[in-house]
Design a protein around this ligand. Structure first.
Ligand code: 26V
Length: 798
């Protein structure tokens, strides 16, 4: 252990001295930025020691390593995680306390590393935490976006996007490694010289790695996340001047998900994908060759996990390196590639399955395109040889109808294809990717997602952690031990403890919301929360309609009012900047909030708030404060969900459909401890096949729902134009693919059951405790162990 952290006094005196030396300031006058930077540097030095040790151990043995390639890593803040995983919290906290300082305030200075959109990116971050904490040799590989996911402001009820300038104060955790830079080629032409392809690119882009340490919990292991930064080289297209070119290059690592509605945007996104995939593969190969003589051992020493299709181009890039640069025969290269790559699918939504137009793909990546063509030619031949008819072959082809199907490339080029929850994997195998699953029955497998219980329970809910400590002294190392809480579900003592914990977390969240948005929530009300990206399939709209229904009832039905337990409905969601309809839903929620919160007749019973700029750090305050977790997607559409797991682990009951991992939550807790409603995945599928969804008939026959839908356009909301929500009512009645009206009645009834259950305090907290106790299964440690043994075949560092 680094001696500065020996005890609180040593820490404090070093902390003060560094402030004086680095910033010429005394502690009493130091800014939060200065304190944060000094603390970050001190912690980084401890990390450096362990990092060196881990590197040395790894270079002295020949363990197989996993590389997790992902376009997104939604890391959030690292300071708390790093301090806690290194076991330094106590000393730092006590040291600062001597001077009356609060560690929380210093931690809050760190910006979230928001290098992701939602579930897929946060999953990658949870996985890295589990990999390091379980001591596996595993690394992340992604892009160092200059700007992360936009910062959301709400103005007049509308979402406004602001650039997320997360690097403005520097980033204490990253280490730039100029020496390991790699050049990535784009454009140009391929000439065949003596039978060999020689590639003459138009431009070479410098990929500079920045390594961010990933600190294992209490095990001395540090792995890393390698993020690539795009920088110019001398080699640029002849028609471009150096300054314009410089800014163009920097765009490649400029923004997460740049607008891809234009051709320019699409080119940029493809360049991003190739940029970090190619840089990642090349650095792996170089490292491999330093240690081992040739490539024959690659599949035994390296596995590349392709997170969704965005990095699936690694299949072609690895082939290019092996065949063009290292002279391997095609068959041998293909054998190595397909034993090295594995692919995870995260969605069945057709619009999210990437297909690149050949017109874009070929000019940007001419050599890669040729290789994809060759992979495709051989694959199609194999199918024809097997007796597939031409129609089937076209359907499965990697290139067809002028487009490159990235999912097909990933499936054909990988030895494993996995879904992210049992239901999702079954849908992949039996419906969406049925032909591929028949072709490669052994490739398909399930790995139900998980979340790191360290960030989502230990760090963000110390109150619940202390309760856990009373029943197990090993739950942090073995989250299955959470189950020991089960036998306490029927004891008054534990119900009271959990109730008290909930109240504390609700008070804290309510205070934050009041401070930031001026809306006062009653911490004794039911906190009903839906936080996730805004998307039609997630059905925030159904939640909003139900709140309108409740409001109408409270105004018109005294029995209903008498029976109604006070509720606070909390939303948090970002809408993609070009997703017009999703933004309308945000406006609707805010319009409802405005009306409802200001009605003295109902405001003791009903409050609505849309929290601004929901992100990882906000989630850490929200998850523990929830009573009722809204997981209400149209069945079959949400591949897994991971917010559902975070809420459950913190003692919320789920109100939800049998979709994604909700199915597994229901199996674990039993149907009496979850509020299920709505069509299941088979039923949704059948309705779509039979085309029997008739929203107009539901509207005509459901008096209360009829009123709500009319209120969208009849002037019920005074502060917006009468037509503001016309497209919402039109969508609901005429073109809704997500069956909102179909499931509304079931949803309403499930809410009524939740309302009644909450009033029975004993029953509610018993169910809460059962949910917490059963949530250990959803630790990403379990998920990562399954990946490690069933896909990666890797072993932990001793
Ligand atoms: C992407 C896009 C992009 C274009 C517009 C529509 C659209 C809709 C969905 C997506 C999702 C991309 C993949 C993704 O983020 N999947 C999420 O992965 C999580 C981790 O496995 C999982 O929990 C979520 O259910 C799944 O939606």
């Amino acid at each position: 252990m680094n001696t500065y952290f020996k005890d609180e006094y040593t820490f404090l005196s070093e902390f003060k001295e560094r402030l004086e030396k680095r910033y010429i300031v005394e502690l009493a006058n130091a800014s939060t930025r200065q304190k944060y930077n000094v603390l970050g540097e001190m912690v980084s030095e401890v990390i450096a020691d362990n990092w060196m040790d881990t590197k040395n151990v790894l270079s002295n043995n020949n363990l197989k390593e996993v590389y997790y390639f992902s376009m997104e890593f939604l890391m959030g803040r690292l300071i708390t995680n790093n301090i806690m995983n290194l076991g330094l919290r106590n000393v730092i906290e006590k040291g600062l306390e001597i001077e009356g300082l609060d560690l929380n305030e210093i931690e809050h200075f760190e910006s979230d590393a928001g290098l992701g959109n939602g579930g897929l990116g946060r999953l990658a971050a949870c996985f890295l935490d589990s990999i390091a904490s379980l001591g596996y040799p595993g690394y992340g590989n992604g892009i160092r976006y200059r700007y992360g996911l936009f910062e959301q402001k709400i103005q007049g009820g509308y979402q406004i996007e602001k650039p997320d300038d997360w690097l403005k104060d520097g980033y204490v955790w990253e280490v730039r490694k100029d020496e390991e830079s790699i050049t990535v080629p784009f454009g140009g032409k391929v000439i065949f010289e003596e039978g060999n392809a020689v590639y003459y690119p138009d431009e070479l882009i410098n990929a500079v790695p920045y390594d961010v340490p990933i600190v294992g919990n209490d095990n001395g292991v540090i792995t890393h996340l390698r993020l690539w930064n795009a920088e110019p080289t001398e080699k640029r297209p002849s028609d471009k001047d150096a300054f314009a070119y410089d800014s163009e290059i920097r765009k490649i690592s400029g923004f997460l998900y740049p607008d891809d509605t234009t051709r320019e945007g699409k080119v940029l996104r493809l360049k991003q994908q190739y940029f970090f995939s190619a840089a990642g593969v090349k650095s792996i190969i170089e490292r491999h060759l330093e240690k081992y003589e040739d490539f024959a051992l690659l599949p035994e020493k390296v596995v590349i996990q392709i997170n969704d299709t965005h990095p699936s181009i690694v299949v072609a890039e690895l082939m290019r390196l092996l065949v063009d640069d290292h002279g391997l025969e095609w068959d041998e290269a293909w054998d190595i590639t397909t034993r090295t790559c594995a692919y995870t699918n995260h969605t069945i939504l057709a619009e999210a399955l990437e297909k690149w137009s050949v017109d874009i793909f070929q000019p940007v990546l001419p050599r890669i395109y040729q290789i994809v063509e060759e992979i495709n030619r051989r694959f199609c031949k194999e199918l024809l040889d097997k007796g597939y008819d031409q129609e089937k072959v076209t359907k499965l082809a990697i290139i067809s109808n002028g487009r490159v199907h990235m999912a097909h490339l990933a499936i054909v080029g990988s030895f494993s294809v996995n879904g992210v929850a049992a239901l999702h994997t079954n849908i992949l195998k039996n419906i969406e990717m049925k032909d591929f699953s028949n072709l490669y029955p052994n490739k398909f497998n399930n790995k139900t997602n998980g979340i790191t219980h360290r960030r989502w329970l230990l760090h963000s809910n110390p109150e619940l952690s202390s309760i856990m400590d009373m029943v197990s002294d090993n739950w942090v190392n073995d989250p299955n031990e959470l189950e020991k809480l089960l036998k306490k579900a029927t004891t008054k003592k534990y119900r009271t403890l959990v109730k008290k914990m909930k109240k504390t977390k609700k008070v804290a969240l309510a205070e934050r919301i009041e401070k930031e948005q001026g809306i006062k929530l009653d911490p004794n009300s039911i906190f009903d929360i839906q936080v996730k990206r805004l998307h039609e399939y997630k059905r925030q709209l159904m939640n909003a309609l139900h709140i309108m229904y409740v409001y109408n009832k409270l105004k018109s039905d005294s029995n209903f009012k008498e029976n109604y337990y006070p509720h606070s409905f909390i939303f948090g969601a970002k809408a993609a900047s070009g997703y017009h309809f999703a933004k309308k839903v945000i406006k609707l929620i805010n319009t409802i909030a405005e009306k409802v919160n200001n009605d003295p007749e109902t405001s003791d019973l009903l409050k609505v708030v849309f929290v601004e700029n929901y992100n990882v750090t906000y989630a850490e305050a929200i998850m523990p404060a929830c009573d009722l977790s809204e997981q209400i997607s149209t069945a079959s559409k949400e591949a897994s969900g991971t917010g559902n797991m975070k809420f459950m682990m913190n003692g919320a009951l789920t109100i939800g459909t049998l979709d994604g991992a909700n199915v597994e939550i229901a199996e674990l807790v039993g149907e009496e401890n979850i509020l299920l409603f709505g069509l299941n995945a088979d039923e949704v599928n059948q309705v779509n096949i039979d085309k029997t969804y008739n929203p107009k008939a539901i509207y005509d026959n459901h008096v209360d729902l009829h009123l709500v839908i009319d209120q969208l356009t009849n002037g019920f909301f005074e502060d917006v134009a009468k037509e503001e929500f016309r497209e919402i009512s039109d969508r609901l009645l005429f073109s809704d693919n997500y069956l909102v009206l179909e499931d509304f009645e079931g949803y309403r009834l499930a809410h009524a059951r939740a309302n009644d259950l909450y009033k029975d305090e004993e029953a509610w907290f018993k169910a809460t405790i059962i949910n917490i106790a059963k949530s250990g299964y959803f630790s990403s440690d379990r998920t990562i162990k399954q990946y490690a043994t069933e896909i990666w075949n890797i072993k932990p560092i001793k």
